[in-house]
Design a protein around this ligand. Structure first.
Ligand code: SF4
Length: 383
């Protein structure tokens, strides 16, 4: 089964650390929704006969999109794709761009999972990140979500912020656990040089992130989520039993997905493709392609890469090592051949010895310590 990702590239303002494709102006919303609907129809064959089990509105800030457009988009998805009877439909929201009335409307459309970018319950951390909400908004949205009664909720928190002491990080986790919400995505703050935050740090206007403090926050996170009955099922994701994100698990389980909108990625098992990261170009090119009405022209708003056997092996190693279900050598041998599984087993030895990996029958997992270096370890195991 497959998933559909829909990118909503609008934000109220740009957060200092943000490295996603989004625009602060909402001027082109109408044109954008029109192009998006055309892309949905034009790509209805992308997933073949696969049933769709998840739909995910990500961004940007999907909660900025008026509910009537979400309704129209879901209508097009429904008319053109084979959905299972109760698909997981997630919408990302920011505390300052959503209210109770909107939440009731979204629920009535069938949105059954809301992911909220809280990041911190402390105003000075939010200020450091240049988030536009404050701690009051953050607490208010949680009350509203509970009042509306969504089936599934998840919060995002960020650790490693220089203003976030260990005491404050513990307090953020206390508040999270007290909400009774069953899913948490917690990310280490990373500073990309081209972001506003990167530039502020470079100029010396803001304090840089400390790797040691980030590791301490991570250790607190791992310990406290475990104590509270959460499964650490992916590097940055923690869930109570039965509450994992079905949509994000598609990415980690090597399942197919269709991504729509500027900068969205798609995967069909043999190739990856990604749409242009420019809203004006996206709108123009989608319209030109649809008007041209030929498949030959469809490449113009996206680029595509056919994956080699080595690429697929590398992807499997990278994604599976991020998860609690780990990397299975029988699968490697079955899908890629014995030379690949031999190569993998020879190279993981040093990580077993260093305590960064564990072997359980034919499956290799990163330990909590290893998870901290997952990207580096995976890269060392690539062909
Ligand atoms: S709300 Fe999200 S996508 Fe928008 S600027 Fe902030 S971090 Fe980026």
């Amino acid at each position: 089964m497959a998933g559909i990702y829909i990118h909503i590239p609008f934000c109220k303002s740009k957060c200092a650390y943000c490295n996603f494709f989004s625009l602060v102006s909402e001027k082109k919303i109408v044109e954008y929704v029109d192009a998006l609907k055309k892309e949905l129809v034009a790509r209805k064959q992308y997933l073949g006969n696969e049933k769709v089990k998840t739909i995910y509105f990500g961004g940007g800030t999907p909660s900025l999109l008026p509910v009537k457009y979400i309704d129209e988009i879901l209508g097009i998805v429904n008319d053109n794709f084979d959905l299972i009877s109760n698909p997981e439909i997630t919408l990302e929201a920011n505390p300052d761009t959503i209210n109770k009335e909107q939440l009731f409307d979204l629920k009535s459309l069938g949105i059954n999972r809301i992911s909220v970018g809280i990041q911190s319950f402390h105003d000075d951390d939010l200020k450091y990140l240049d988030r536009k909400h404050d701690s009051k908004h953050a607490l208010q949205i949680i009350d509203d979500l509970k009042c509306v009664g969504f089936e599934k909720l998840t919060l995002d928190l960020i650790y490693g912020i220089p203003t976030l002491t260990e005491e404050k990080w513990n307090k953020n986790l206390d508040i999270f656990f007290s909400t009774g919400i069953s899913h948490l995505s917690a990310y280490a703050l990373t500073v990309e040089p081209k972001t506003i935050l990167g530039q502020r740090i470079e100029k010396g206007d803001l304090q840089d992130v400390s790797e040691e403090e980030t590791v301490r926050h991570y250790n607190i996170l791992v310990e406290r989520t475990k104590e509270n009955g959460f499964e650490h099922y992916e590097i940055s994701n923690f869930a109570k039993p039965g509450c994992r994100s079905q949509h994000n698990s598609i990415y980690w389980n090597d399942e197919n997905y269709l991504g729509l909108g500027p900068s969205a990625h798609s995967y069909d098992g043999n190739s990856r493709q990604w749409n242009v990261s420019n809203l004006t170009k996206y709108i123009q090119l989608v319209n030109a392609d649809i008007d041209a009405d030929t498949d030959a022209d469809m490449g113009r708003y996206y680029e595509k890469e056919i994956l080699s056997k080595e690429d697929k092996f590398n992807e499997y190693v990278m994604t599976s090592l991020r998860t609690s279900w780990g990397c299975n050598v029988e699968k490697i041998e079955r899908d890629y051949g014995k030379s690949y599984s031999d190569y993998f087993q020879k190279n993981v030895k040093k990580y077993l010895e260093s305590g960064e990996m564990l072997k359980n029958f034919n499956t290799y997992h990163l330990t909590d310590k290893g998870m901290l270096f997952a990207d580096g370890i995976a890269a060392e195991l690539f062909l």
